[in-house]
Write a protein that binds this ligand. Sequence first.
Ligand code: CAA
Length: 380
Amino acid sequence: MDFKLNDEQEMIRQTARDFAQEHLAPHAAERDEKQFFPKEVIKQMGELGFMGMMVGEKWGGFASDTISYVQVIIELAKADASAAVIASVNNSLVCFNIEKYGTDAQKEKYLKPLASGQALGAYSLSEAVSGSDAAGLICYAENKGDHYLVNGTKLWVTNGHHSDYVVCFIRTDKSNKTKGISAFIVDKAFPGFKVGKKENKLGIRASDTTELVFENCKVPKENLLGQEGMGFKIAMETLDGGRIGIAAQAIGIAEAALDEAVKYTKAREQFGQPIAKFQANEFKIADMAMRIDASKLLLYRACWLKDQGQKFGKEAAMAKLFASETAMWATTEAVQMHGGYGYTKEYPVERFMRDAKITEIYEGTSEIQRIVIARNVLNW
Ligand code: CAA
């Protein structure tokens, strides 16, 4: 067992840290306020290989391991949680399943630009009627021979507006709940496709989250990803990896909160001494550091299993659950330690607290993670 990053992983982490602190951190608060999507910075992230970290070089990716990938997401999230989720979705939820299930023609056409950062991807599973019960989706694709005719509305799509291609999960058989779903690569230029309402969110406001609307949209047969009826399995398998990305995002947010809490409590004096000297705050700092470390250990185990080609769904769910609850708790405590200042936009901790909340919700709520873990433990 080795708890140390190797030289390459360390170099990737340092590159990501330098980039994020130089290009993301300075305007993160402004982008949050204005809900401004960091298009130019995302392009630069693509040039550095951050948008297709684990994709093979043949398909335009960086061919890294999962441990290196999470270093990048953690560092991005420390500077700007929105940029982290934009990258995480493209890497874990889009590139992954096209590389695994796509044909060579699909990889040439879609994966190469997505992995190299020339295009951006989105993943669309949820609908108004199907969130946690993902297999309850009703958006329908009618098989018309050489194409599918798609009708329906998808919801909560990260990168919904700014993406070029969307991996969409759509019903192709109304008589079978989980095996009646298929995955499609949808080019947003297809006639009959449009982006619907953009959500005005509590946090990760610089990322865009939208509805997607299909009105008699013709999706060519060659855009089916995997076999017809395999969509739910692809969606679930993809989310196992996605949860690794969200755990990393949550850890980055929590680390940023800890850094700010340390800085502030050492500088702020009350009753004649820095407030870091009060045991109430020392204990909070100790617990934050411990929970962040524990989150990382859970995360690294899930990454390691994934890289070994072993099952990692339960471990990814544990990492996501623990890291997201840590992020929510740590950011709330960071606000508390800042007192009244923490409640204002003068300090970044209120943004961290708002950003942390979504990590307990998307890519499976904390309750869903507990279901995944319990089913594995109970062998149900
Ligand atoms: N990998 C591969 N296959 C899997 C799987 C996995 N992780 N999990 C389930 N399956 C398979 C099962 O083996 C089963 O296959 P068989 O029928 O052949 O046996 C099939 O899928 C159905 O499985 P379940 O009976 O377990 O399905 P379920 O309906 O009970 O649902 C669930 C299980 C875990 C609750 C699932 O619905 C779930 O994860 N829900 C949460 C959805 C979610 O995370 N949504 C987030 C959307 S993405 C997002 O957040 C937006 C964004 O842009 C960031």
